[in-house]
Design a protein around this ligand. Structure first.
Ligand SMILES: Cc1ncc(COP(=O)(O)O)c(C=O)c1O
Length: 368
């Protein structure tokens, strides 16, 4: 077989160019100290403005942001936190690092998020918080009910919106429905600072607590008077300079991600063997293009794509069944999704021709 002379199509790739290179170079030439300072503040303000929250605060990554959110809410030993069984493991691990107990709940097939129906059986007197993951920019069908329930029961609602920058529900940005919202800027995300994360909130008292947690509990930078126990979870201005350039590209990327998803939808709509999750592109920016592959064919499809130089990645496992957790319970939807979920090439750099190559290859696989 003649090998096609094209470059591999990666499942994901970051996108940095001259804009970031020039901004970093200018910052260093101006004598920037690299560490967190004015550029970080500017980056935080740009995120707060973009998502429409009063406060924003950056941190080294989107795992520590979740830990910080839990600590700021006073969650710790003896407390239980409800976490979706279908999420990136950091959501659950953050609960562990905060010293609380992880209680897994199943997700809904329609959006891969928690619902009030899956949450309710898991609520006990010890439930202090719910980690609501807006999976791939989607949200629960009845998000308002979850928000209301948490308010009534005085349970903290922490939104893990790591995958949701640019995604909304009816004009309100995801991550701004609960008490605190968390974002990640790791390499595969819609914007990246290499590593990085941010928290958003409208609550002045939570914001104050988060600032102390982030900076040794100091009253102010450089002061050695400690109002609470805190650590060093600061960002760097170097990352902020990159982040500010990435933010300029965000509106374009949001559009392109939606176009990419539409193209995949169009090309794959008649392909038997796979299904797509219903996605409202008015609201959702599919960070990763996700498909469900039935009949245990996912492994073979991954191999077939690989032979054609196309990268893909299986979705997350059902966390309760992982050696790190071994948590007993019934999670039928997550277990099924864990077997079927596949992420296709999703970088905003993808060309239409590359998408066509991916979809043609998938169609060919199912014709075999
Ligand atoms: C839902 C979710 N939560 C948390 C994280 C952790 O973010 P980070 O990699 O920045 O620590 C990720 C990263 O992929 C994620 O997808």
């Amino acid at each position: 077989m003649k090998k096609e002379n094209t470059k591999p199509i990666l499942q994901t790739e970051p996108w940095f160019d001259d804009m970031e290179a020039e901004a970093v170079s200018a910052y260093i030439k101006e004598g920037g100290w690299i560490t967190e300072f004015k550029k970080t503040k500017e980056f935080e303000e740009s995120i707060a403005q973009f998502v429409g929250s009063k406060y924003c605060l950056t941190a080294p990554n989107g795992t520590l942001t979740l830990v910080m959110a839990l600590i700021a809410c006073g969650v710790g030993p003896e407390d239980e936190v409800i976490v979706p069984d279908m999420t990136m493991v950091a959501t659950a691990n953050a609960v562990k690092l905060a010293g609380a107990e992880v209680v897994f709940a199943d997700v809904e097939r329609e959006n891969l998020c928690l619902s009030l129906e899956t949450i309710l059986p898991k609520v006990t007197k010890k439930t202090r918080a719910i980690m609501l993951v807006t999976f791939n920019g989607r949200y629960p069908a009845h998000l308002g009910k979850i928000v209301q329930f948490c308010k009534e029961k005085k349970i903290w609602l922490i939104e893990d919106a790591a995958q949701s920058l640019g995604s909304y529900k009816g004009g309100k940005h995801l991550g701004t429905f609960g008490d605190i919202g968390s974002f990640s800027f790791s390499v595969p995300k819609i914007i990246s600072t290499g590593q990085g994360g941010a928290l958003v909130t409208n609550d002045a008292s939570l914001y104050k607590k988060l600032k102390l947690i982030k900076d040794f509990g100091r009253e102010s930078g450089g002061s050695d008077h400690y109002l609470s126990v805190g650590w060093n979870f600061k960002f760097t201005d170097l990352q902020a300079v990159v982040g500010l350039e990435q933010m300029k590209k965000l509106p374009w990327r949001i559009n392109r991600k939606k176009e990419i998803y539409r193209l995949y939808q169009e090309k794959l709509k008649k392909c038997s063997g796979i299904s797509l999750i219903e996605t409202n592109l008015e609201d959702t920016v599919p960070w990763f293009v996700d498909i469900l592959v039935s009949d245990k064919k996912r492994g073979a499809l991954i191999e077939f794509l690989k032979k054609h130089d196309i990268g893909s990645r299986p979705g997350y496992p059902a966390l309760h069944s992982e050696p790190a957790y071994r948590y007993k319970g019934s999670f039928p939807t997550t277990e099924k999704i864990a077997e079927e979920l596949l992420w296709l090439p999703s970088s905003s750099k993808l060309t239409d021709e590359e998408i066509e190559k991916v979809t043609d290859t998938i169609i060919e696989f199912f014709k075999k």
